[in-house]
Each structure stands twice: as C-alpha cells, then as structure tokens.
Write a protein that binds this ligand. Structure first.
Ligand SMILES: [Zn+2]
Length: 161
C-alpha cells in the first residue's frame, strides 16, 4: 500500500479490500457482472405507493404493511444542477447532481450524482442507468492511517439514448 495525500485526511493509504456501502439496505448489489444493481425502495401493499429510501410507514396512507421493492435499473433525468465546490476526499468537482424519475412510480424522484459525463452535457429527459460507485473516501477509524472507498449509487447515461 502506498501513501497519498487525501486533502482533509492528510497522508494515508487506500485499502481497496475494505470498500463499504454508505448506507445499509438501499442498494441491491448484483451477484454476477451481467446483472445490473437496483436501488431498494419500499412499496405499500395497501395503496401501492413507492418510497426511496425505503420506509417502515407509508407516506401516503400510513399503513405499516410494506414490502421491499427493487426499482428499475433505468430512469430519466427530471432536472439537475452542477456542484462546483467539494471538500470530501474522493469527490471530484464539478459534477452534476441529478434528480431522476423511475418508471416504477410517477411521483418518485431520486437525487444522485451523475457519472461518466461532463456536467455541461447532461440533458433533461436523458436516459440513465443506476451504477455502484465510490461516492467518497472514508477513514477506517481515526488513527488507522488507512482510508477506504465508501460505495453508493450514481446515475450514468445509457449509451445511444
Ligand atoms: Zn399506502
């Protein structure tokens, strides 16, 4: 392991074997490379309302009869903004922060960082796919001298769309 300067965190080494998800229970990690990842939402069995991140109580009818729902891997860009100021190690600026719409539920909007595209090339209505990527770097305990990739979801334009 080689040490590099990670700004805020100072000189540290990256431990690639220790990737960790940012949050528990919001991403279904695929078991094969051909399979796409999905965001894990909740669906109300009573009224059908879908929420992301998943909820224990339905936001519409307050039922607690909820089930896990894997969102479609693909979505369309509803709107976006460009972020020019960062600060966290592993987050390169500028990047586009998009709000995307999934076909699962007309009212469901999910925010996420765009990847694989220059921020100025992002277009409203563009088709995107959900991908797993490093959303920042995180310390493996304050005094460890190591950092690891914190994994989350991002949206990447679908080729030929
Ligand atoms: Zn409901």
């Amino acid at each position: 392991m080689t040490e590099e300067n990670y700004g805020l965190y100072g000189k540290m080494s990256l431990n690639e074997a220790e990737d960790i998800p940012l949050r528990k229970g919001i991403i279904r990690f695929p078991s094969t490379t051909e399979e796409p990842p999905n965001l894990i939402a909740s669906r109300c069995k009573l009224c059908g309302d879908i929420s992301f991140p998943p909820k224990l109580l339905c936001g519409k009818c307050e039922s607690d009869d909820m089930e896990e729902h894997f969102l479609n891997n693909r979505a369309t860009v509803y709107t976006y903004t460009v972020i020019y100021q960062g600060g966290l190690p592993g987050v390169d600026v500028p990047y586009a922060l998009a709000i995307v719409k999934f076909s699962d539920d007309d009212e469901l909007l999910v925010a996420g960082q765009m990847t694989g595209i220059d921020p100025e090339d992002v277009k409203i209505g563009m088709e995107v796919e959900t991908v797993i990527d490093t959303v920042r770097l995180g310390l493996m305990g304050l005094l460890s001298g190591h950092i690891r990739s914190v994994l989350g979801y991002k949206f990447r334009p679908v080729k030929n769309s």
